[in-house]
Design a protein around this ligand. Structure first.
Ligand code: HEC
Length: 116
């Protein structure tokens, strides 16, 4: 085999290997950071869309800036409490709830919120 053919073959093998590596790496979604769980929402987002529907809008009590322990937040979110519905793991995933509960515990009060 000539040296030129040999080199071309080696180049082709490298190209195939590079294509294969690209094919197996999951593509990143727009705005997704490497290592971030795909589809997981941020605590801020969940609060705004799911909790802030009631909390901070006179339907539920103010929960930000009160240092409510994360475990208490998790329990109430999963079990509900009087007028508050329970949220299933399909609605707020366990990973999302962990992040959300810690976020609520450490949150600062928001002046624009109203509640009791
Ligand atoms: C449909 C309205 C509604 C939604 C949505 C809602 N809550 Fe509530 N939540 C309430 C009400 C009403 C109470 C007060 C229950 C009571 O009187 O015991 C409450 C109570 C709580 C409490 C206890 C506060 C306290 O002062 O003891 C926490 C913590 C809490 N909610 C967290 C959350 C989180 C986190 C979410 C989002 C995943 C959420 N809630 C979504 C209505 C809601």
């Amino acid at each position: 085999m000539s040296r030129i053919v040999h080199r071309a073959k080696a180049r082709a093998i490298l190209a195939v290997a590079a294509l294969a590596a690209a094919a197996f790496a999951p593509p990143l979604l727009a705005g997704q950071k490497l290592g971030e769980v795909q589809g997981a929402r941020t605590a801020d987002d969940i609060y705004a869309k799911t909790c802030g529907y009631c909390h901070g809008r006179n339907v539920g009590p103010i929960i930000l800036g009160r240092a409510i322990p994360a475990d208490t937040v998790k329990y109430i979110v999963r079990h509900g409490q009087n007028g508050m519905p329970a949220f299933r793991p399909t609605e707020v995933t366990p990973a999302e709830l962990n992040a959300l509960a810690t976020w609520v515990e450490k949150s600062a009060a928001r002046k624009q919120e109203h509640g009791y």
